[in-house]
Design a protein around this ligand. Structure first.
Ligand SMILES: NC(=O)c1ccc[n+]([C@@H]2O[C@H](COP(=O)([O-])OP(=O)(O)OC[C@H]3O[C@@H](n4cnc5c(N)ncnc54)[C@H](OP(=O)(O)O)[C@@H]3O)[C@@H](O)[C@H]2O)c1
Length: 416
């Protein structure tokens, strides 16, 4: 019998308990031994809960219990969770976690602590077994890129904004009412949650140790009706993507909204669903689609990791024999892609000429142009051929200084 202690019995933890109890026969038939959730730890013991497991409010009751073989960390947070997982590993316990924030910061620290198996399938796109796909199924491939919709809340909001004309603030309120977005939604809409996930996947693909602060992270907060109009006019959808690409010996890792062609499979992924595409030299492109969050979908991945442990899996955290990467992180200045630029100007003669001169001086060539005007002002929407991020940014700084420019110009990247 394998005994499981669960630290954090909230949305995901409760589902883990229920799966282990309700699917006991199925699980036992797969691993030939019983897996029993023996103790849960919560913060507030007086909270009413619909689960059948002994509870404690003392983490040590699990960590110091020599009978517990597997610790499931579902309390969330970064540093406290790191201490808990570290202690569990040092005590010789197996660990399973769904905590992407913990792994975004501490995956290499945890890797070096112990050779006990640490399962984290649930940390990236809960219901999609993408960790396993990259670590195992695609392990013979040189990966050239990973990109995906890794945050259901922002995808739900973007879908509603584009397909049904909701404004950002309106749909954020609806997402909060439906329980998709937190009271403080910054993590989801600001791209941070997706950043944690793409950093984890980048480490599996390239063994690269990058932290959230080192990569470009932008959210969906600044998308307006102008971007939506431009997308419709030029055959794009708008998606918040986690992107990771191998460019020579550098790895380009970033999260931001993109215009992506309506023909691209990822552009068709709507609502709270997640999807990730991986390009490898042997398989070319493969795509993984499914629910990215929710108690049951996430717990499904947690229990799969527990089953792996029962089956004797004991591989390294990221799938490498050491943690020396042959790659370095690319500076976001060196991103090379197509761009969309929006500039609000006074509707005067010569405006376009001055703007295009600045673009030309920075080696930026314009691909398409759209103008929306009212009586006194105009919104100029450009798309460019491939250009360097630092050139676009410095062009926008110069353009902002022009007397007829009414507000800070904005830009968005076009993903091909
Ligand atoms: N929810 C999802 O769809 C989802 C998807 C993917 C990954 N995840 C990750 O899974 C983890 C858990 O998420 P969740 O949604 O289940 O969170 P949650 O509903 O807020 O549950 C957190 C649980 O941890 C307990 N807890 C928090 N701090 C604690 C402490 N210091 N000591 C003891 N117990 C503590 C809470 O106790 P009380 O019940 O007493 O408050 C609660 O039971 C997070 O890392 C999250 O990022 C969640």
């Amino acid at each position: 019998m394998l005994k499981v202690g669960i630290i954090g019995v909230g949305t995901v933890g409760s589902s883990v308990v229920k799966i282990l109890q309700n699917s006991k026969d199925l699980i036992t038939s797969k691993v030939n031994q019983e897996i029993v959730p023996v103790l849960g730890v919560v913060k507030n013991l007086s909270k009413k809960r619909d689960i059948d497991i002994t509870l404690s409010d003392n983490i040590d009751d699990i960590l110091n219990n020599d009978d517990i073989d597997i610790v499931v960390e579902l309390m969330g947070g970064v540093e406290d969770a790191y201490e808990v997982v570290k202690r569990a590993l040092l005590k010789g316990k197996y660990v399973v976690t769904a905590n992407k924030a913990l792994l975004a910061y501490h995956r290499y620290d945890l890797e070096s602590i112990s050779n006990k198996h640490l399962g984290y399938e649930a940390s990236v796109a809960g219901g999609i077994p993408i960790v396993k796909a990259l670590k195992e199924g695609l392990s013979a491939n040189n990966i050239s890129s990973i990109k995906g919709i890794m945050n259901g809340t922002s995808n739900f909001m973007l879908t509603k904004m584009i397909k049904e004309g909701f404004k950002y603030d309106e749909i954020l309120k609806i997402a909060q009412d439906l329980g998709y977005a937190e009271a403080d939604p910054t993590f989801d809409v600001g791209g941070h949650d997706a950043a944690h996930k793409i950093l984890i996947l980048a480490s599996i693909a390239y063994n690269i140790d990058a932290k959230p602060e080192e990569i470009l992270i932008e959210g969906i907060e600044n998308i307006t009706k102008d971007e939506i109009k431009f997308a419709k006019e030029f055959g794009y959808e708008i998606k918040l993507l986690g992107i990771c690409k191998k460019i020579g010996s550098e790895i380009d890792i970033r999260v931001h909204p993109v215009f992506i062609s309506c023909d691209d499979m990822i552009s068709k992924v709507n609502g709270v669903m997640n999807a990730i595409t991986v390009k490898g030299d042997m398989v070319e492109e493969s795509m993984y689609y499914g629910p990215g969050a929710g108690g049951d979908a996430t717990a499904s991945a947690v229990v799969a990791d527990i089953i792996d442990i029962a089956r004797g899996h004991n591989d390294s955290l990221l799938g490498y024999t050491d943690n020396k990467s042959t790659y370095t992180l690319m500076s976001s200045d060196d991103i090379h892609t197509e761009y969309y630029v929006r500039i609000h100007v006074a509707d005067e003669i010569g405006v376009l000429n001055q703007i295009t001169k600045i673009f030309a001086s920075k080696n930026i060539s314009i691909s398409t142009f759209l103008q929306n005007s009212d009586e006194k002002t105009a919104t100029l929407l450009f798309s460019t051929h491939k250009a360097k991020e630092k050139n676009i940014k410095s062009a926008l700084v110069e353009i902002e200084k022009l007397s007829f420019v009414k507000e800070k110009p904005s830009m968005m990247r076009i993903e091909k």
